[in-house]
Design a protein around this ligand. Structure first.
Ligand SMILES: [Fe+2]
Length: 315
């Protein structure tokens, strides 16, 4: 798996002169990585090697630690990663048939060019593009009429050089566990285009970031791997099969086992427009720079994708 073409000798991504996706200079990147490494509570869950780090780890809520502990042995197998690469690969000649994941990227790209697309796979429920699997011979077309929202467990597939808008996970409690490749996560103080950046971190397989109502609920995710050329930004579509993958869990407030007198479960949003549940999150539109809600529909269901991957010849 190769890293991005414009790597520095230190192996860090080069963000250039305040360009996409984070709009920061190289010096700002250095400062934000330092800030991320010193953040309290710690942005990444791990075994402490210093007293200071132990204190930062200790401040991570028990509900988050429980999610992380249950996820710590998860990995994608070598054949799953290889099959995903095959389905993400771009066409090598005009008109050449591409795999299921590239097909979904193209559909999403045609629908929304404000940021490069990524793929959300629901581990429960159905996905909006499950019907495309029928064309690959893996699904009866009548099986999946419509997608669902609000799966508590989601696999996200991040094509190299693609990224999400800035978004908030509202009042949910959750984890972002890296399964494959490499993912950069920028954490923001609140949901706003100009929000203060709290820190930048790079996740590699086995590393786990987290979020709760009170900490790190707002972020942007980016895959810094080799996109096969071109500069990322609105309207960008990569030309490589490289990707990062992450496993996400989102618990609604009533599911964390922690009593909270502030919560009113009858409401969908609080006065700040923060979402209470994983059915809908808010994001900052990359063009208007305004806040919008999005229903958390997924693109595929894991049951379908697993079947497609298992039936993919790897030679
Ligand atoms: Fe997120």
């Amino acid at each position: 798996m190769s890293l991005t073409a414009d790597q520095t000798s230190a192996g860090q991504p080069e963000y250039g002169d305040a360009q996409y996706p984070f709009h920061i200079t190289k010096e700002e990147e250095r400062q934000l990585r330092l800030r991320g490494a010193e953040a309290a509570p710690s942005l990444v869950i791990g075994q402490a090697t210093s007293f200071d780090e132990y204190a930062r780890q200790l401040m991570i809520p028990p509900a988050v630690m429980d999610l992380a502990r249950k996820a710590e042995d998860l990995r994608l197998s070598a054949w799953e990663i290889e099959a995903m690469r095959k389905h993400l690969a771009p066409a090598t000649a005009p008109g050449e048939k591409v795999g299921l994941l590239r097909q979904i990227l193209v559909e999403k790209y045609n629908h929304d060019k404000t940021h490069p697309p990524y793929i959300r796979v629901a581990c429960t429920g159905r996905g909006d593009y499950d019907h495309l699997a029928a064309e690959h011979g893996h699904l009866h077309p009548d099986d999946h009429p419509k997608g669902d929202i609000g799966s508590p467990v989601v696999l996200e597939i991040w094509p190299a050089q693609h990224y999400s808008p800035i978004h908030s996970h509202g009042h949910t409690t959750g984890i972002v566990f890296c399964l494959a490749g490499q993912l950069d996560v920028m954490v923001y103080e609140h949901l706003d285009w100009d929000a203060r950046k709290l820190g930048l971190l790079t996740l590699t397989p086995g590393q786990c970031a987290w979020l709760s109502r009170d900490n790190y609920a707002v972020h942007r995710v980016y895959c810094p791997m080799d996109g096969g050329g071109g500069s990322t930004g609105p309207g960008y579509m990569n030309a490589s099969a490289d990707f990062g993958a992450s496993f996400h869990v989102y618990l609604n407030p009533e599911q964390t086992g922690v009593e909270d007198e502030d919560e009113d479960e009858d409401e969908d949003e609080d006065e700040d427009g923060d979402s209470y549940s994983r059915d809908s999150f808010n994001y900052i539109d990359e063009e208007s720079k305004e806040q919008r809600p999005f229903a958390t529909e997924s693109d595929l269901s894991w049951a379908i994708l697993r079947r497609v991957l298992a039936n993919t010849p790897l030679t």
